[in-house]
Ligand binder design. Structure first.
Ligand code: P53
Length: 475
């Protein structure tokens, strides 16, 4: 017994990390466009260094991405060659509503995604579409303050309704917000938040989170009304927190860190704010304006499935610990001395995927979908043009095995698996091209130089075999 019949194997991308063509066919400017490569990227992404337009002296990798906008036919053909059953991608909000608050959508933007979906259909590839993967039109930030403003709910509802109506019958699987908990860690990237001096950041973040949660429930309602066959999922940046030691203070710290993240999914899947979150908000002096209508919408329109990204488990220590803090990740925590790390310092923990899946499945009792997983690594192109990325194969093999164990040994229900960046794309965290995840190599470097030509890595043929055998042959 292995992976279920019809298991959805594939890969995942995000508009701003691959499309490029940032100003073509009426597309408006978005937060994700103005995040530069280099040391300023994270201060901008977290909202402490305001950057609301391009500034001189910076390189902005999202402007051109990997030019998926012009090359999607070639790229989807390569996905089909690997045997993909599903392709996760996202909509650039500002292609559909360039400023975000228009009455009418931009037809050129709608037509682009329709072409992409039809291309997928040609090969029998099911699209899995994220309505927003970190993007928010700049106009909604400068004019309304981003997701801190409840008006964003209406703009998002309009976007969602436009998409569900236009792509009815073409797209069956939708995700409302990518890594919704990212709002706490990178609030400009996650929710278009820029902070003013002295402002209570926690208050602003949780206000924005509430608006996103309500918008997500509305989108779920609208989707089901337009087409009852649509399946809507939430999306969590997952990875369970382990206690650094059995010291109760460490166990408690891990529990609190897990709650901080599960809070979002608790609302989206169970339909109400959990007691621990209400008490936490009260303790922190955070006031949320939750209307009766909000409560009703949240309760009545919970998600159909739970999707998440998993790169790594996490580790937490309570007060009085001598543990070392981790660096280079959006999520705070301490170093787990039992795990090795990637070249970017992310802990590698395949068993952690099985543990995380069990936690999520126990908690929500809904089908899961692993929509991101993979190893960001430096690849070397040999003289004959080949790329031997055995380290990537090894990482993915172990994670797929862990997933199989969770399904066959633990009984977890899993709809599918999409690896992050099946084709090399721009890193969200660093803006680099050299942090590569792909089965397909893209000739482009961190400064934006290169032919953009695509080539197959060793892992391309390996993943092709995995899919062909429905996960039986992991090489
Ligand atoms: P990169 C960390 C930092 C930024 C985005 O990350 C992240 C994470 C990891 O949880 O989330 C997702 O490119 C995200 C993708 C992103 C991927 O992780 O920094 O949904 O957009 O590319 C990998 O290596």
């Amino acid at each position: 017994m292995g992976f279920p019949k019809g298991f959805l194997w594939g890969g995942a991308t995000a508009a701003n990390q691959c499309e490029g063509a940032y100003n073509l066919d009426g597309r408006g400017l978005a937060n994700v466009d103005v995040m530069p490569h280099g040391p300023e990227r994270w201060p901008v992404g977290t909202g402490v260094r305001p950057m609301l337009d391009f500034e001189e002296g910076y390189y902005y990798p999202a402007q051109s991405g990997i030019d998926f906008y012009h090359r999607y036919r070639e790229d989807i053909a390569l996905f089909a060659e690997m045997g993909f059953k599903v392709f996760r991608m996202s909509i650039a909000w500002s292609r559909i509503f360039p400023k975000g608050d228009e009455q009418e959508p931009n037809e050129a933007g709608l037509a682009f995604y329709e072409d992409v979906f039809r291309e997928c259909q040609k090969y029998g590839i099911e699209p899995l579409v994220t309505i927003t993967h970190f993007d928010c039109p700049i106009h909604l930030i400068t004019q309304y303050g981003g997701w801190r403003n409840c008006k964003l709910i209406d703009f998002y509802k309009k976007l969602a309704r436009t998409l569900f109506t236009r792509y009815r019958g073409l797209v069956r699987y939708w995700l409302t917000f990518n890594e919704i908990n990212m709002i706490l860690h990178a609030p400009f990237m996650g929710a278009g938040l820029v902070f003013e001096e002295g402002e209570n950041k926690q208050q602003v973040k949780y206000t924005a989170a509430h608006h996103e949660l309500v918008a997500s429930a509305w989108a779920t309602k609208i989707a089901h009304e337009i087409d009852p066959d649509i399946q809507v999922g939430c999306m969590l940046a997952a990875g369970s927190y382990y206690p650094y030691s059995p010291r109760p203070e460490d166990v408690r710290a891990a529990q609190l860190s897990n709650q901080e993240n599960y809070f979002f999914i608790d609302v989206q899947s169970r339909g109400s704010y959990p007691a621990y979150a209400l008490r936490m908000l009260e303790r922190e002096g955070i006031e949320l304006d939750i209307s009766d209508e909000d409560r009703r919408i949240l309760a009545d329109h919970t998600v159909d499935f739970i999707s998440f990204s998993y790169y790594s488990s996490r580790c937490a220590a309570g007060e009085g610990s001598d543990a070392d803090q981790v660096k280079g990740n959006a999520f705070a925590g301490v170093k787990n001395p039992y795990l090795s790390e990637s070249q970017w310092g992310w802990a590698i923990d395949p068993l952690g995927l099985r543990i995380t899946m069990n936690e999520l499945y126990d908690r929500y009792q809904k089908p899961l979908f692993v929509v991101e997983n993979g190893l960001g690594a430096i690849d070397r192109v040999a003289e004959d043009g080949s790329i031997d990325d055995e380290y990537r194969i090894e990482y993915l093999r172990q994670h797929i095995q862990a997933m199989r164990d969770a399904i066959t040994e633990d009984g977890v229900e899993l709809l599918g698996y999409t690896t992050w960046g099946p084709i090399d794309l721009v890193s969200a965290g660093t803006g680099e091209m050299s942090k590569r995840y792909g089965f397909i190599y893209v000739d482009r470097d961190d400064a934006g130089e290169g032919s953009l030509e695509r080539s197959r890595k060793k892992s391309f043929y390996w993943y092709q075999r995995v899919i062909e055998t429905n996960g039986e042959d992991l090489g």
